[in-house]
Design a protein around this ligand. Structure first.
Ligand SMILES: *Cc1c(COP(=O)(O)O)cnc(C)c1O
Length: 379
């Protein structure tokens, strides 16, 4: 018997509390201070994002995005069905209609080849979600966006340090949103970031970020007083959060090395021929990199998945399924047209995520894999 293996465990580098203490002692703990700037600059320099603004969550970053592109009633926004509610909800809040798209047969990401027929004169934006940090085929999506004059907003919540060919995810859309929720690679408890690549949206982004005021421009000396100039909300995190995030960013390379090792370890052990006919492993399109955000396998069907999860649970291993198709959700199902989204449902019903966190030991990975083997040997 082995110890309980949780699904996720927040990883601390050890510097978080000292940076928080520094922020607290400096007397500046509201947002947009030293640590916020450090984090934003780090991302801008490392990944060549045009402009980064820390937010209190990825959900908030997407809400900012929805405001920035002037989403309004009558607009349609194309979102994959197999994703988190926050990919869609921000546009609903602005009165838009969501048109859900199916996933690729080989990949939970949106099926780029079946997107064009979803575009109408009302379509305002496409929201590709890089599931598991694996890139969508962005050239195809950007081509459609240019052809029909649409915004592209990357839901890059899971995509830190991942690439489409040699281009960092988050640099491809007009806007992109990252998450630092405790389940992601780099964390701050709750936290997120909006990336503004489209230069025409840059100035307004800061205003929306600062509750609809031009406070940012005022502090940069660009205007001599600040006031209410647009709509906005309280989207910026405190310096306490940014200080925590800074500690994580300093260790980004080593965190990624640890995660990639764990991922490789799972993949190698599960590549055993015994598993070939029983489960399927994640695949990587030739244009995508793997940032080791998660490790999942696919079962043959929903009941087999439920039994596998229960079997692992009995052994103290916490494996979980993931998104349930949003077009079938209690909130949305009555608004969905009748299109079948076959692959979104397939991933909803068969995908299972295995325990994955930075200090998951090699022994634990082996134990999880042996427990999966044991399940299939006994059915
Ligand atoms: C985690 C996640 C979000 C939400 O991130 P928060 O920071 O918790 O708001 C949105 N979209 C996807 C794809 C996610 O994985």
């Amino acid at each position: 018997m082995s110890d309980y293996i949780p699904f996720n465990k927040p990883f601390l580098t050890g510097k978080e509390t000292s940076y928080i203490e520094d922020a607290v002692k400096s007397g500046k703990i509201s947002g947009n201070g030293k640590y916020t700037e450090r984090c934003q600059n780090y991302f801008q320099n490392r990944y060549h994002f045009n402009r980064c603004l820390l937010t209190t969550s990825c959900t908030d970053a997407l809400e900012m995005a929805a405001i920035l592109i002037n989403t309004e009633p009558g607009d349609e926004v194309i979102v994959p069905s197999f994703t988190f509610v926050s990919s869609a909800n921000p546009f609903i809040l602005r009165g838009a209609k969501i048109v859900f798209a199916d996933s690729r047969p080989d990949q939970p990401c949106i099926d780029e080849d079946r997107l064009e027929k979803l575009i109408t004169v009302k379509t305002k934006a496409i929201v590709p979600v890089h599931y598991a940090g694996v890139a969508c085929d962005m050239d195809k999506i950007l081509h459609l966006a240019r052809k029909y004059n649409l915004f592209v907003i990357e839901d890059a919540a899971q995509s830190i340090d991942s690439f489409y060919n040699d281009r960092p995810l988050g640099t491809l859309g007009d806007l992109s949103a990252f998450s630092f929720h405790e389940t992601k690679n780099i964390i701050s408890g709750e936290g997120g970031m909006l990336v503004i690549n489209n230069k025409t949206l840059m100035d307004r982004a800061e205003i929306i970020w600062e509750k609809g005021t031009n406070r940012s421009a005022f502090f940069k000396g660009e205007v001599d007083k600040y006031g209410w100039v647009d709509i906005g909300s309280s989207f910026l995190p405190s310096e306490i959060i940014a200080a925590f995030l800074w500690a994580q960013l300093e260790s980004l390379n080593s965190i990624q090395t640890m995660r990639k090792l764990i991922w490789r370890n799972y993949y190698d052990l599960l590549s055993d021929p015994f598993f070939n006919q029983r489960i399927s492993l994640p695949t990587l399109p030739e244009f995508a990199t793997n940032n080791a955000h998660m490790f999942y396998v696919k079962c043959k069907n929903e009941s087999e998945r439920a039994a596998l999860i229960a079997h692992l649970k009995a052994r103290g291993i916490h494996a979980v399924f993931h998104y349930q198709s949003l077009h079938r959700s209690p909130y949305f199902s009555s608004q969905h047209d009748n299109r079948r989204l076959e692959f979104a449902d397939l991933y909803s019903n068969t995908l299972v995520r295995l325990p994955f966190f930075n200090d998951l030991s090699e022994d634990s990975v082996a134990w999880v894999v042996e427990s999966i083997r044991d399940y299939y040997q006994n059915i």
